[in-house]
Design a binder for this molecule. Structure first.
Ligand code: NAP
Ligand code: HSE
Length: 408
């Protein structure tokens, strides 16, 4: 066989990016794999849409037609939602095809089953594009940090949310204007609720957790919040304090306890996430030998995602394993950052002469915004007194701007 025949499921932002990259990088693929890569078929939902696809490629709405093709080696999947995607990919594996997916919602739910099935059928699964767009974080964690014990991971994992927060701050766009631009640029999901309510970052963090820790936290116990309540006023106030809002997913292991939180935080200038702007994503991996590594790059969009999938094409052709699956025992633990650990917070709202022995009021930014040092339990108590209060963890050290605290 001197040709590798592939099918692409979906011809939206990602599917078209894969198709075009196979055309533009055919020589590099052939030189690396020793075989020509040919797109044989493409699955779409609506055949009437006009698309720039070569005549000899089968374009169909019927997955059965793709499966029946005389030669089919690899299936790229870039459609949406869990079904019918999961069913299609199972069928492709059972037919002996390698699969490469960008669909994190499906993979967070069914990745384990697909990896197991692939192992049984001696084919491989590429899923680099499911997390952090073009950043090779899956391969880095799964293949290049095998001896290091991962302690915790923090990531800006949703390009759309980071793009919106950046546009609202830099260009003073409204939330809706920024979201519309993210949709026009092909960053947002078909239903952007997944992006702006934190589901997309949640799915990605669960995939990362499986790679880094060999397990996932109980999904029901993961605190998940998106960016829809981050107003322009909050963004401007944080800026007065030298802080920027970022939507961050964190996964920690303390003892046997694996926890994850997905929510907006504020970051100081010294933190590596401060300068991660626009559609960029970044992942901080803290491990016992190397310390902290930050991987940063484009988190969404046509070609960054195609890049991850095309590199996966080489990976699945050159390996017989069904994807990175580290052992659970290879992870380190750190002391629990629990409700009793003191940390810094940005607090926004009307605080009326509230005195608490263990809250340290560091600075007052304006009438309604304070920087404090306190435990999670303390700020929760504060919130019980004033339910309209908003509070956000500060990542990185807060650098005081030297405004006196009037509240005390
Ligand atoms: P998109 O632009 O909305 O395109 C989706 C494509 O899938 C369309 O071509 C659509 O067909 C086709 N499709 C949808 N449901 C189908 C079904 N049931 N049967 C057959 N075809 C179907 O989406 P996208 O942005 O390319 O994203 C695709 C996947 O990649 C999603 O799972 C997404 O989460 C993931 N992803 C996206 C990005 C990104 O930057 N956009 C990055 C990483 C991962 P029609 O064209 O006929 O409507
Ligand atoms: N909608 C996703 C994002 C695409 O904005 O990050 C990349 O996974």
């Amino acid at each position: 066989m001197d040709v590798i025949k592939v099918a692409i499921l979906g011809f939206g932002t990602v599917g078209e990016g894969v198709y075009r990259t196979i055309q533009t990088h055919g020589d590099e693929l052939q030189a690396t794999l020793g075989k020509r890569v040919e797109v044989a078929s493409i699955l779409v939902r609506n055949k009437q849409k006009s698309r720039d696809i070569r005549e000899e490629v089968l374009v169909t709405t019927d997955f059965e037609e793709i499966l029946q093709f005389p030669q089919l080696d690899i299936v790229f999947e870039a459609i949406v939602e869990k079904e019918p995607t999961f069913t299609y990919l199972k069928q492709a594996i059972q037919k002996g095809c390698h699969i490469i997916t960008a669909n994190k919602e499906m993979f967070a739910h069914h990745g384990e089953e697909l990896l197991k099935l692939a192992e049984e059928h001696h084919v491989s699964v590429g899923f680099e594009a499911t997390v952090a767009g073009g950043i090779p974080v899956i391969q880095t964690l799964g293949q290049l940090l095998k001896i290091n014990r991962v302690q915790y991971i923090q990531g800006i994992l949703n390009g759309t949310s980071n793009f919106i927060l950046t546009e609202m701050r830099e260009k003073k766009l409204s939330f809706q204007e920024a979201l519309t631009q993210a949709q026009e640029n092909g960053y947002a999901e078909a239903d952007p609720t997944n992006d702006v309510e934190g589901f997309d970052a949640f799915y990605k963090s669960m995939i990362l957790s499986r790679i880094a820790f060999g397990e996932q936290p109980n999904w029901q116990e993961v605190e998940r919040e998106g960016i829809t309540s981050i107003t322009s006023e909050l963004i401007e106030t944080a800026e007065l304090a030298g802080l920027r809002f970022k939507h961050v997913a964190s996964i920690h292991k303390a003892g046997d306890n694996l926890t994850a939180i997905v929510k907006p935080v504020v970051v100081g200038k010294e933190h590596p996430f401060y300068h991660v702007e626009g559609v960029e994503n970044a992942v901080n991996v803290h491990s016992d030998i190397v310390g902290r590594i930050t991987l940063q790059g484009p988190g969404a969009g046509m070609f960054p995602t195609a890049s991850a999938m095309i590199e996966d094409l080489v990976y699945v052709c050159q390996t017989n394993s069904s994807g990175p699956r580290p052992e659970k025992s290879g992870t380190a633990t750190i002391s629990d950052k629990n409700n009793e650990t003191k940390q810094q917070w940005l607090i926004h709202g009307h605080v009326k002469n509230y005195i608490h022995p263990s809250i340290t009021w560091l600075e007052q930014i304006n009438e309604t915004t304070f920087i404090v040092e306190a435990t999670k339990r303390d700020v929760d108590q504060l919130n019980q007194q004033e339910q309209s209060l908003r509070y956000f963890t500060i990542l990185g050290e807060y650098e005081p701007i030297k405004k006196p605290v009037k509240v005390l």
